[in-house]
Ligand binder design. Structure first.
Ligand SMILES: [Zn+2]
Length: 274
């Protein structure tokens, strides 16, 4: 009898140790789980609110968390653009700490692999670090004319195109959403350049661009998006399909259902268990 009790005790110890080990490894691994529009992040990383060539805006919303690969991407993009173009990038939403749906807002940004970055160069942010109050009240300035039919040459700067070129040329980037009018302008300025193929026309996105990274290696529960079905720069019929005959922009549907279920693995993460 004593032996059986001892055996059970030893076995329980092994089980406890084993599960402790599993939990410890889960704690240290960051992982994007699910799809861009229905998922979460295990152990997200936070972007610091100031860095070389960038400042986070609206930090009070708590959406500066992402997959560590996204954080590294933003840091390296900002550094490179700052060095080459003397820019100060303002970073808006990435994801919430656990990822998941953001109420009444984006349908994507759920797995820490999407980031909104302002094109607009804020004149004060280029001189100094903005105060928290200033950051909370910044809204991206559109670079389009009031009728949204063309790029406003007074608001457009050629560095906007150069920022997008650096951003899209990174192999980690799956696609970048940008207004069709802006893409049309870039198609005339950078004809035939292949990075343009990663720029996906989408309405809105006229003061900021939305970067979407591919699923990082080893994130086996991360669902990739269907590859872009265009070849080359996407400046032909793919782009023209976004315009009505009168030159206004179509508002296409995203094709995502708003009520997609999160993967089961997200429940403990969203409930703060780890
Ligand atoms: Zn976005």
């Amino acid at each position: 009898m004593k032996l059986i009790i001892l055996l059970i005790a030893a076995l329980s110890l092994v089980i406890i140790q084993y599960s402790a080990k599993t939990t410890a490894s889960e704690l240290s691994i960051s992982e994007s789980i699910g799809s861009y529009t229905a998922g979460c992040i295990r152990n997200s990383a936070a972007l610091s609110i100031d860095g070389e060539g960038f400042q986070v805006i609206r930090p009070g919303r708590g959406r500066y968390y992402g997959n560590p690969e996204t954080i590294e991407y933003i840091e390296s993009l900002s550094k490179k653009a700052n060095k080459e173009l003397n820019t100060m990038l303002l970073i808006a939403d990435i994801s919430q700490q656990t990822g998941g749906p953001i109420l009444d807002d984006h349908s994507s940004h759920q797995i820490g692999l999407d980031a909104d970055i302002l094109l607009w160069q804020h004149p004060i942010a280029k001189q100094r670090s903005l105060t928290i109050t200033e950051r909370e009240h910044i809204h991206p300035q559109s670079v389009l004319t009031d009728d949204e039919m063309a790029v406003d040459e007074f608001k457009w700067d050629e560095i906007h195109g150069e920022i997008l070129k650096i951003a899209a040329s990174d192999t980690r980037v799956d696609r970048i959403f940008i207004n069709p009018v802006i893409k049309r302008k870039l198609c005339t300025e950078y004809p035939g350049e292949l990075w343009l193929g990663k720029l996906r026309p989408w309405y809105g996105h006229d003061g900021h661009f939305h970067v979407r990274l591919r699923c990082p290696k080893g994130n086996s529960l991360c669902e990739s998006q269907k590859p872009i079905e265009i070849s080359g720069d996407g400046c032909g019929s793919d782009l023209s399909s976004w315009f009505r005959p009168d030159g206004t922009i179509k508002k296409k549907k995203s094709g995502y259902s708003q009520q997609k279920k999160l993967p089961a693995e997200c429940a403990p993460i969203m409930n703060g268990i780890y």
